[in-house]
Design a protein around this ligand. Structure first.
Ligand code: FAD
Length: 317
């Protein structure tokens, strides 16, 4: 297994292709997800990221008593990582989140990853529980991603939470998230970037950005990061727009702006196929400019669908 940083170094300035997938809804087969990954393997992604989805709570009557039950709608991150590595011989990068985990549970999860031969992790805080107004860590869990980065870094130095003696060190390469258009909770981009620097100072080796549709936001963000001493690779995240509804929901969910030029083209379309094509063309233009700027990789948010990303990758790689 190879570290993301090593892939980037070995690429010697050539932009790599990578993807993020999401586990299927509980009860669905893995086959459909695999059939969407397969056509993208032609473009040789050295790594595939797999998202992690925390529990949600449902209210159910159990023995006549209304009971709050935790369920995870998209479990299976670890199993999917193992399947991908076995089937496609690529590195799988699980997302590891603070939400819903105590530090001890996190430690055990990281040990499972280590035993599986997984050497890359993307460390995240996670969002607030559904129905909550803000993120609340599980008792004994981490409140921010930088703390979890610190825990992984400590394990890399052979330090476990409660062991008296030094353990065999792990060797995780650590990625973290960043937001060219600011994380929604931060009062300013500058404040958000100070916290990003904290994650890098705690041990993050590379950064993956939230999706953006205006490359200027990414270029500006990278310039500002370099100015404050964030020097690790910053991988841009790209999502091809595919439906009219996304004009509304992507800004709402991900707190980003969709350029007027893209929005107006989408609004002129009278069917989804036409919108998809606009999304593909926009992402190709974004990709061309980003590749020209020698970005380390183009990281595609596939939402576990391959057709748009395949068309874009065919034009770019
Ligand atoms: P943090 O870096 O902890 O930042 C959260 C907020 O707190 C920011 O506003 C920051 O400015 C502020 N902050 C940070 N550190 C401190 C501090 N020490 N003190 C005070 N304030 C601080 N979510 C999932 O649940 N599963 C996934 O698989 C997943 N994958 C993602 C992949 C990418 C590439 C991205 C960009 C996001 C992903 N998310 C995922 C969403 C992510 O969990 C949310 O955006 C979450 O709200 C923030 O996570 P973070 O790691 O950036 O948090």
């Amino acid at each position: 297994m190879t570290k993301i940083t090593q892939y980037l170094q070995e690429a010697k300035g050539k932009t790599l292709f990578s993807i993020e997938i999401i586990p299927p809804m509980k009860g669905q087969h893995l086959g459909e997800l695999m059939s969407h990954i397969e056509p993208l393997m032609e473009f040789k992604p050295p790594f595939i990221e797999v998202t992690y989805h925390r529990e949600e709570y449902i209210q159910k009557i159990v023995n006549g008593v209304s009971t709050r039950i935790p369920i995870r709608k998209r479990p299976g991150t670890l199993g999917i990582c193992a399947s991908i590595m076995q089937k496609f011989q690529v590195d799988a990068v699980p997302h590891v989140i603070c939400g819903g985990f105590t530090q001890e549970e996190t430690e055990d999860f990281l040990i499972d990853l280590h035993y599986l031969g997984i050497e890359n992790v993307l460390i995240l805080r996670g969002d607030q529980e559904k129905g909550e107004t803000h993120f609340i860590p599980k008792q004994g869990g981490h409140a921010y991603a930088n703390e979890l980065v610190g825990q992984v870094k400590a394990m890399n130095q052979g330090i476990l939470l409660h062991e008296e003696t030094e353990s065999l060190p792990t060797d995780f390469c650590i990625g973290v998230a960043a937001y060219p258009e600011k994380h929604f909770e931060a009062v300013s981009l500058e404040e958000d970037m100070r916290y990003l620097k904290q994650k890098v100072d705690a041990g993050a080796d590379y950064i993956v950005t939230q999706m953006f549709f205006n490359n200027e936001k990414y270029f500006d963000f990278v310039r500002k990061c370099r100015e404050i001493g964030i020097l690790v690779p910053i991988i841009p995240g790209i999502k091809p727009l595919a439906t009219l509804k996304q004009l509304e929901i992507l800004p709402e969910i991900f707190h980003l702006e969709i350029p007027e030029a893209l929005a107006s083209e989408v609004k002129k379309c009278d069917n989804n196929a036409a919108i998809k094509q606009i999304g593909i063309e926009w992402a190709i233009q974004q990709g061309k400019e980003l590749i020209q700027a020698n970005v380390p990789a183009l990281h595609f948010y596939t939402m576990s669908k391959s057709d748009s990303v395949r068309a874009i990758a065919s034009a770019l790689f």
